[in-house]
Design a protein around this ligand. Structure first.
Ligand SMILES: Nc1ncnc2c1ncn2[C@@H]1O[C@H](COP(=O)(O)OP(=O)(O)O)[C@@H](O)[C@H]1O
Ligand SMILES: [Mg+2]
Length: 140
């Protein structure tokens, strides 16, 4: 388990870049933390490490965005998914089991689909506005 303390969005992006440099094809990252904790922000850094030049925007409404860098990045936001049935209707579960990197915000909503072996990043906003970032399942 690794801990980081971030004092700015840019610092969170750098931490994401460090994490992104250690991932391998097929990895799955469950992103935990409240609204506006910084889940999409840290994904920008992960994407940067994969050489993705496009701007990473929140997939809250599109539910999944695909980017093609050194490996594919599937950025998902399951906030609006209310049941496993709803997730299955999307027909995107094959992405999670593919050879890209899946980064899943609000993965709690599709817990049943998460393989036991996954990376977890938990972002907690502190009272002073800084973010405590905990990484499990990956040596960084
Ligand atoms: N240390 C920090 N790390 C990440 N985001 C921060 C930080 N400080 C302030 N912010 C701001 O908080 C917001 C986080 O938004 P976002 O990454 O979309 O959150 P989430 O995806 O968790 O809902 C952004 O507006 C960002 O600029
Ligand atoms: Mg988000």
């Amino acid at each position: 388990m690794s801990f980081y303390l971030s004092h700015s969005a840019e610092e969170t992006i750098s931490i994401g870049e460090t994490i992104g440099n250690s991932i391998k094809p097929g990895d799955i990252i469950a992103l935990k933390g409240n609204l506006a904790a910084g889940k999409t922000t840290i994904t920008k850094g992960i994407a940067r490490a994969l050489g993705i030049k496009e701007d990473i925007t929140s997939p809250t409404y599109t539910l999944v965005s695909e980017y093609y860098g050194s490996i594919p990045l599937y950025h998902m936001d399951m906030y609006r998914i209310e049941s496993v049935e709803e997730f299955e209707l999307l027909g995107i579960e094959h992405l999670i089991f593919g050879n890209g990197l899946s980064v899943i915000e609000w993965s709690e909503r599709i817990e049943e689909y998460l393989p036991d072996e996954h990376i977890e990043i938990d972002i907690q906003r502190q009272e002073d506005g800084s973010r405590q970032i905990t990484v499990k399942g990956l040596v960084v």
